[in-house]
Design a protein around this ligand. Structure first.
Ligand SMILES: N[C@@H](CCC[C@H](N)C(=O)O)C(=O)O
Length: 268
């Protein structure tokens, strides 16, 4: 029997979604990495595996293109919400997410953001609102965990930052024992932010949903913007709502591109 998958994207952040509730699929980091390869595999930023859950409507496992399994993916969560097609609860390593499909996309209620250095996690105690760090022109980052770890730098012009060079250096810095997603943002009008993201385990992507959430939260916390915040990424816009002590709510598009069939055995 052929192995089936759905190719999807959220603002150009693309996914191979495998429904392992209908077919049995053995996933390993090496196999996920091989499937994500854009020349020899199917190609994607993240591989998403849907499994039965005893606590929620579905369990969603997330593998970065490097094969590493991670806790959260905002854009993929909207995509999975549209596949489910009705309000649902999704179990992830980063927590339980409530989703509601809407208008060619979905709304996702993430948990409350974490700011303690142990929860980012960082290798040493530090004020996560204004970290005494510098990598060339990227200085004074803010750190937020929204299910997965993010560092955010507010800069005059996000497009002018050499993120392809600085991103991998920061991602793998020993300050971040679990590595980190690197966000550079600039103010782009009232309550609007421009954002580019170097994703842990992937590289530069067209959009990062959790990066948009972490950046909006850091900007609201710093008093730079007020909720709701429109975050413009290279692949399109997301709207983020948040107030201290409350969960984060993200809204945006999700697109089904095609259904495919393959043979997982060829990927190791
Ligand atoms: N593209 C995602 C984030 C995927 C996981 C991330 N690279 C990590 O390693 O934490 C999103 O839309 O949030």
């Amino acid at each position: 029997m052929a192995d089936r998958f759905t190719k999807m994207h959220g603002l150009g952040n693309d996914f191979v979604v495998i429904d392992a509730r209908e077919q049995s699929v053995e996933m390993t980091p090496a196999r996920a990495h091989a499937i994500a390869d854009r020349r020899h595999g199917i190609g994607c930023d993240q591989l998403i595996l849907l499994e039965p859950s005893s606590k929620a409507d579905v369990r969603m496992r997330i593998f970065n293109a490097d094969g590493g399994e991670v806790e959260a993916c905002g854009n993929a969560t909207r995509c999975v919400a549209t596949l489910i097609g009705q309000p649902a609860v999704i179990e992830t390593l980063g927590g339980m997410l409530r989703v509601t499909p809407a208008d060619g996309g979905a709304e996702v209620v993430l948990g409350e953001p974490q700011f303690d250095w142990e929860h980012i996690p960082l290798a040493m105690p530090m004020d996560t609102r204004d970290m005494p760090v510098a990598w060339d022109e990227l200085e004074h980052g803010a750190a937020v965990n929204v299910g997965n770890p993010h560092i955010i730098f507010f800069v005059p012009e996000a497009d002018a930052v050499a993120l392809d060079e600085l991103g991998p250096r920061i991602e793998t810095d020993p300050l971040f024992p679990e590595r980190v997603n690197v966000n550079v943002a600039s103010l782009d009008g009232p309550d609007c932010l421009q954002l580019r993201v170097w994703e842990r385990g992937v590289g530069l992507t067209q959009a990062c949903g959790t990066g948009a959430c972490a950046t909006a939260v850091a900007a609201i916390r710093a008093g730079i913007v007020q909720s709701p915040v429109t975050v413009s990424l290279p692949g399109g816009d997301l709207v983020i709502r948040w107030a201290p002590g409350e969960p984060i709510v993200m809204s945006g598009a999700a697109t089904r591109v095609f259904e495919g069939e393959t043979d997982w055995a060829q990927f190791g």
